[in-house]
Design a protein around this ligand. Structure first.
Ligand code: S3P
Length: 177
């Protein structure tokens, strides 16, 4: 349990929460979307547009392989990343997975402000978001070690909940050994 991995739908605050957590714990911050952009030299939306979703997914998988065995990291994942079983397994082996949840309306507001998310493409309407969130909900929940309802919490409060859960899980882990 050497890393904290933030999972959840786009627009749930994984990057903002992750940066804050990294600062508080003095961990390295890794954002998988950003790593794909570094590797390809293109914004995520363009990687998909230019090379297609399959290329994007394989770039994501390479990022997971590169970082999953390192320690002391907060890893913010792209919304689809842990929906792929290999990625999930690798991240689980070495990480404490935290699911951030917010209401579809909040996601809609955030995503429609700046729609650079290839999956939603041009169709950024609430029903599409609701449907996608529903489709993914169970996979996210099953993967998570901790679920944080982030609707009415500040970044600071979210970080404190995660740190508490993480410390407790590490302690339990150590006792079990
Ligand atoms: C995606 C979410 C995005 C990005 C890509 C695909 C998705 O990341 O990886 O657009 O399918 O949910 P964020 O969750 O960081 O927005």
């Amino acid at each position: 349990m050497d890393n904290i991995v933030l999972i959840g739908f786009m627009g749930t605050g994984k990057t903002a929460v992750g940066r804050n957590l990294a600062r508080l714990l003095d961990y390295k911050f890794v954002d998988t979307d950003e790593q794909v952009e570094i590797a390809t030299g293109l914004p995520v939306a363009q990687v998909c547009r230019k090379y297609g979703q399959i290329r994007f997914r394989s770039e994501e998988a390479l990022v997971v392989k590169k970082f999953c065995r390192q320690k002391g990291q907060i890893i913010a994942t792209g919304g689809d990343l842990i929906l792929h079983a290999d990625n999930l397994q690798l991240l689980k082996e070495n990480g404490y997975l935290v699911l951030l949840q917010v209401e579809p309306e909040v996601v809609y507001k955030r995503v429609s402000r700046k729609n650079n998310r290839p999956l939603l493409g041009k169709k950024v309407d609430l029903p599409t978001i609701e449907q996608l969130m529903e489709e993914r909900k169970n996979t996210y929940l099953q993967a998570a070690d901790l679920v944080v309802d982030a609707n009415h919490l500040s970044l600071e409060e979210i970080a404190q909940r995660i740190i508490k859960g993480y410390e407790e899980a590490k302690k339990k882990n150590a006792e079990g050994k």
